[in-house]
Design a protein around this ligand. Structure first.
Ligand SMILES: [Zn+2]
Length: 313
């Protein structure tokens, strides 16, 4: 039996790895062919003298992605099934009307999955909802999973979508289409614009609150980021008596803060590439994404990024 190698590595059969995998949705019927396929691939590498550690690592990564896809599919469906069909906007209002089960295909870093969930009608809102979508954080009509949305936003904020497509297979283990990358990144950039930035608070004369928020961020920052934030806090504190933007706006005076030339330089290597043209909406979305990344606000846009230290530069 192909599963013996895994099961025999632990002493108590009741807590065997295969049994634990079964408990999280990976049945023996799925595990056995997967193990056989992996064993055959590794055997082929052993018999091919020109294939070394890189081939072994890549093969295991590729095969494990399929295993991850099964686990993700099962976990997402269980999460969707556990959600009560209540209005996600009103408190304790059950949804009524025609109950529908509809499948939602999702592109993920592990490959395609599909979640089936129920819809209902809220009389109070006069609207239909899929409560499981709200619970899973699946917004709008996007077919990209939250993690894939994050990766798309990060890649496209660093390079053109065509280049991102070329490196996606090597970096993510899955080839991402340039049109989907650009669309997902823009969607996330537009979402980022909706999150009120600290600058907006400065412009509405709430600088003391901004100073407090910046100080609270300090423990979460790297030494280099903390140094910059301390400089900003010192600048804002020393110039608080001059920062009267509301009054200046009323007098139609041009106002701004910070070192503009230096800030422009940090963005232009992405924005001013040869042959690139931007719509105002498109470039604002991308600039906002880049600012969120540079300012350490990435997890405000993608809360799951707190789990991955790779999301901080
Ligand atoms: Zn409602």
């Amino acid at each position: 039996m192909p599963s013996i190698a895994i099961a025999s590595s632990v002493s108590a059969p009741k807590s065997s790895l295969s049994q634990r995998l079964h408990e999280v949705g990976l049945s023996q019927e799925k595990l056995d062919p997967w193990l056989a396929d992996l064993r055959q691939s590794l055997q082929q590498i052993r018999e091919t003298p020109s294939q070394g550690a890189g081939f072994i690592e890549e093969t295991i990564c590729q095969r494990c992605r399929e295993l991850e896809r099964h686990l993700l599919q099962d976990a997402l469906q269980k999460q969707a099934d556990s959600v009560a069909v209540m209005c996600p906007k009103c408190v304790h209002v059950p949804l009524t009307g025609r109950w529908r089960q509809k499948s939602r295909p999702l592109r993920t870093l592990c490959g395609p999955v599909c979640v089936t969930r129920s819809a209902g009608y809220c009389k109070k809102c006069d609207d239909h909802y899929y409560p499981a979508d709200a619970r899973l954080g699946l917004s709008g009509e996007s077919t990209a999973s939250p993690l894939l949305q994050e990766v798309s936003a990060l890649l496209v904020s660093k390079m053109p979508a065509e280049q991102a497509e070329e490196i996606s297979q090597g970096v993510c283990g899955i080839r991402l289409n340039d049109a989907s990358l650009a669309r997902d990144a823009r969607r996330q950039g537009e979402r980022a614009i909706e999150i009120p930035p600290l600058l907006q608070q400065v412009r509405s004369d709430q600088t003391p609150a901004v100073i407090t928020e910046l100080k609270e961020l300090l423990p979460t920052l790297t030494a280099a980021q903390a140094k910059k934030v301390n400089t900003t806090v010192e600048y804002y504190t020393n110039n608080l008596h001059r920062m009267k933007y509301t009054e200046a706006d009323l007098r139609n005076e041009p106002v701004w803060s910070g070192t503009i030339e230096s800030t422009c330089r940090q963005y232009q290597c992405r924005m001013k590439r040869c042959g690139q043209f931007w719509s105002q909406q498109g470039d604002e979305a991308l600039l906002t994404l880049t600012s969120f990344w540079k300012n350490g606000y990435w997890d405000k846009l993608f809360p799951h990024a707190q789990l991955a230290s790779v999301s901080r530069n």
